[in-house]
Design a binder for this molecule. Structure first.
Ligand SMILES: *[C@@H]1O[C@H](CO)[C@@H](O)[C@H](O)[C@H]1NC(C)=O
Ligand SMILES: *[C@@H]1O[C@H](CO)[C@@H](O)[C@H](O)[C@H]1NC(C)=O
Ligand SMILES: *[C@@H]1O[C@H](CO)[C@@H](O)[C@H](O)[C@H]1NC(C)=O
Length: 220
């Protein structure tokens, strides 16, 4: 099993490092509305900013401060579930605002990065256009309105939304697993869990790594 650790560690360190030209935390701080203070600090401490790179198309819905103030359930989540909640606010695709509203008239359900990670049809977002023309983004429990465009430059779009789209049932992630801060883990098992979680989150499209991950699970 130690060999596997070494393979994983070297895989992790050989992952392409995200481009430095896009810093989500900084864009949230700089937004003229000054409404994303909580989001920018969460985004930084959960390292969401470090994972978004300018090579992969992504659309991100970011709740504003009022939304976080309203979301008591979010504050008490273990860090791993907070991280996962952010993945449920992201779509792997570049949706310009016109595409967002045009598309919303035809296709409602969109896979989020959370859906891709879990590999089932859960954690989807429903995007629709309200009668007054606003774009509504909802999951099975929460409805949010898109209130502004924070960033829009191919292939990244970031929109402000009025609610935290907290999913009804988050996957069970042991509360002692600190993601993505692997160094905090103490026992070998903790360390292993963190690494596996890391792999699933970071490389959902990399088949080679996925294979290795499945082989490792079988070898346990
Ligand atoms: C992004 O910006 C924040 C706020 O200025 C800064 O603390 C952080 O180090 C930056 N991240 C990267 C990856 O440059
Ligand atoms: C999507 O949202 C609209 C408007 O709230 C609703 O009418 C529709 O049933 C929802 N669709 C799904 C698949 O949840
Ligand atoms: C449009 O309607 C939604 C409710 O359906 C509301 O939350 C939103 O504030 C309205 N937008 C505008 C610009 O009036």
């Amino acid at each position: 099993m130690l060999n596997n650790f070494i393979i994983i560690i070297s895989l992790l360190s050989s992952l392409p490092s995200p481009s430095s030209s896009f810093n989500l935390t900084q864009y949230l701080i700089d937004d003229p509305s000054h409404s994303y203070t909580v989001a920018s600090s969460e985004c930084h401490s959960l390292r969401i900013d470090a994972e978004i790179d300018t090579d992969s198309p992504v659309t991100l819905f970011v709740p504003d401060d009022a939304a976080f103030a309203d979301a008591a359930g979010y504050k008490t989540l273990p860090v791993a579930n907070k991280y996962f909640t952010w993945q449920c606010h992201m779509i792997s695709g570049y949706f310009t605002s016109s595409f967002l509203s045009q598309n919303a008239k035809v296709w409602h359900s969109q896979y989020t990065v959370g859906t891709e990670i879990m590999g089932d049809n859960k954690f989807m977002l429903n995007i629709t256009v309200t009668p007054n023309g606003s774009v509504e983004v909802s999951n099975t429990v929460v409805r949010a309105i898109v209130t502004r465009t924070i960033f829009n430059e191919d292939p990244i779009a970031v929109y402000g939304v009025s609610k935290v789209l907290l999913p009804r049932d988050l996957p069970h992630i042991p509360s002692h697993v600190s993601v993505p801060v692997a160094a905090a883990a103490t026992t070998v098992w903790d360390f292993f869990t963190v690494l596996v979680f890391f792999l699933v989150l970071w490389t959902p499209t990399d088949d080679a790594v996925k294979d290795l991950y499945h082989k490792m699970l079988q070898s346990l």
